[in-house]
Design a protein around this ligand. Structure first.
Ligand SMILES: [Zn+2]
Length: 101
């Protein structure tokens, strides 16, 4: 993993991020594994699963008038759902070999 990806992953581990809407500059503070929580919440919403309890921060993102998938992470300027920011593509694949950090 290169330095940039490592730094992003370290930020990810802090479990808090500021997201900015590129259209209206509205900012959202999200906690935890926000990209994953968003994907789960979006899936639940689309499937009509009302039993799914959505974190309030994620609900705010989903309810925003502009496309939530276009939000960017403030600190990096990268799309928050991109592979680099969300880590979703390697979240599980690399978690074990990086365990000794
Ligand atoms: Zn907006």
């Amino acid at each position: 993993m290169n330095e940039r990806a490592r730094r992003l992953k370290d930020q990810h581990a802090l479990q808090v991020a500021m997201l900015v809407c590129p259209e209206c500059s509205k900012r959202f503070r999200v906690y935890g594994d926000a990209p994953l929580a968003y994907l789960v919440a979006d899936w639940a919403k689309n499937s009509g699963d009302l039993s799914h309890t959505m974190p309030r921060d994620i609900a705010a993102v989903l309810a925003h008038e502009h496309n939530p998938t276009r939000l960017v992470e403030e600190s990096t300027g990268l799309p928050w759902l991109s592979e680099e920011v969300s880590g979703l593509a390697y979240l599980y694949a690399e978690s074990e070999e990086d365990g000794g950090l």
